[in-house]
Design a protein around this ligand. Sequence first.
Ligand code: PLP
Length: 422
Amino acid sequence: MTLDTLVKPEVNANLDTFAPFDTAEFDHYVMTTYGRFPLTLVRGEGCRVWDDRGKVYLDFVAGIATCTLGHAHPVMVEAVTRQMQTLHHVSNLYYIPQQGELAKWLVDRSCADRAFFCNSGAEANEGAIKLARKYAKVKRGIENPVIITAHASFHGRTLATVTATGQPKYQKNFSPLVPGFHYVPYNDIEALRATIAELDRDQSQVAAIMLEPLQGEGGVNPGNEAYFQQVRQLCDETGILLILDEVQVGMGRSGKLWGYENLGIEPDIFTSAKGLGGGIPIGALLCKSSCDVFEPGDHASTYGGNPFVCGVALAVCQYVEASNLIENVKERGAQLTYGLQKLANQYPHLIELSRGWGLIQGLVLRSDISMGAIDLVKSAMEAGLLLVPAGPTVVRFVPPLLVTAEEIDKALLVLDRLFAAL
Ligand SMILES: *Cc1c(COP(=O)(O)O)cnc(C)c1O
């Protein structure tokens, strides 16, 4: 069996619809903010996508942990069609039933009491930062509130969220950054305590600690349970708010609906985006009623929570629940974990370890070899498997939540052959 037959489509794509795409023209007109692979995807179905030449790929990127139900899912097609045919956009000057229903769905299934809707992860985190700052001012009388975030974190690309992101490579050339952020090592309670004590001595007061339950972009690094419980306790004792960024790990990907459920704690505020709408642009800011200090005029978003995105996201959420998709995440996650662990044992000269939760897994390559994450991603792409790096040495696996046992096996087999050939 060749690698080509491994990812052979069960449903034949109509090859007549494929025509090679002119990437040079694209590059002429579109700003080069992305280092793109020379690949043009034109069609998808389930966990498979086709390029402009008709070649099929197993998609373990899913728009970076976004296509919860894979591609062209009938539930999404139906919801998109129905909502477009009824009403797709009105202003938040008026009541929007789908927005209220989605908020209720999320509140009923999380520790939060209220929701605000926007269009992306960065925008949700911006909202969280604004909410935490206002809370610090009106509830705690803090004049210059500080927000602590972690090294290797990722919170978005707007000016405030790129400042919150604890990775200098994303901040380079964009100074002056937004004031009021401090960084600590992830999963290190002593470093956090020391930073808070130091800020205290400087008369700076901490408004919030903002963390990912599992660092996605920064290397698929899961939060430590004991650490998060100590952070929660520290927040309870001091009045500092705990903000969790669930943009990548939330909405079932970790094997629980929310990443924080893996850590035995509840945040005061959390954000969601990526998987929430299965690929339509939506973000959400959620909080406990005790910290909901927003009043009319404080925050807004033109598209945020419109009937279209909320109607579709609600359909995605309801389908995740009705089809017990989180059970599939647990089973397929265990299968993937086992397979990656086996590869790590088989190729110790290439692989350092594997780590992750559910269907967000990372394969950490040894840093003393010439092959980096990007090289493995390119070879896998050649072989018909799409993967995405999470930093220089980590390859990330974030397939749609409805990935099958057979598809996980195919992906593992492709990797096994790649490693064996090295
Ligand atoms: C992707 C991501 C963001 C940013 O989301 P956008 O929708 O790209 O703005 C923020 N936080 C985390 C943890 C993410 O993975």
